[in-house]
Write a protein that binds this ligand. Sequence first.
Ligand code: A3P
Length: 296
Amino acid sequence: MALTPELSKQAKWKEIAGIPLAAATVDNWNQIQAFKAKPDDLLICTYPKSGTTWIQEIVDMIEQNGDVEKCQRDTIQHRHPFIEWARPPQPSGVDKANEMPSPRILKTHLSTQLLPPSFWKSNCKFLYVARNAKDCMVSYYHFYRMNQVLPDPGTWDEYFETFISGKVNWGSWFDHVRGWWEIRDRYQTLFLFYEDMKRDPKREIQKVMQFMGKNLDEEVLEKIVQETAFEKMKENPMTNRSTVPKSLLDQSISPFMRKGTVGDWKNHFTVAQNEKFDEIYRQKMKGTSINFCMEL
Ligand code: A3P
């Protein structure tokens, strides 16, 4: 059911441990935290706007052995249950995951701090994609503008401060990336970077294939590289969100598949903002070994 603008404005936001989340997610928190992960689950984990849709399509194409028709069976947002998603009376992400036969491929934007504990206990596979903070922030800004359910982000300058303070949906980029980076050696984790996927998609897709325990022919691999290229996915109604009503995602404001590049932050950050951001980044990421590429 499409939400009318009046209804969408009622869709409120609440917090868990200081992290803003959709009110329906918070209202469903007990079910989410009690979720029973299984040892053969693969969880796709990302901070929003880091290439979630892209990695989902790659994973599904690998899972379907490069069969494009099978990947057209549903829109990408319905192929992998989104653990914390809730919009009653529709089935929640947990309900959908519970109905799914194993081996399951699931999705989350939750930080390590908020992840249902059974994922750790079951030693599931985690596939994390990180995107450099500046491009992620720009992408999230345009998403806030076009998403009719999210609060108005205000001007770029206002949003800049909101993002840094972590008061965006799913919380602070810094805490999210740090948390997942820090657990990567203790759990079965494949940690990928959006920028590497842009630079050498074939190499990164091969890593995903190996992580999933698949061995596909070179020809199939090439096909997956082509089918998951930005231009292809932008035209694909199963990945470009064109089936989502305008009352939820208004693509005339900004397309969901917007630019798909590395370094668009340079078109948004002022020199002063860039200096301020770099300083905050140094403080917040102090002591981590993670290294991002800011341009290709
Ligand atoms: P931009 O807004 O910078 O264009 P998510 O799926 O996590 O919401 O991330 C969306 C971002 O990933 C958008 O970034 C989108 O364009 C980009 N994206 C989606 N598919 C892509 C692809 N195949 N190649 C590169 N970028 C892609």
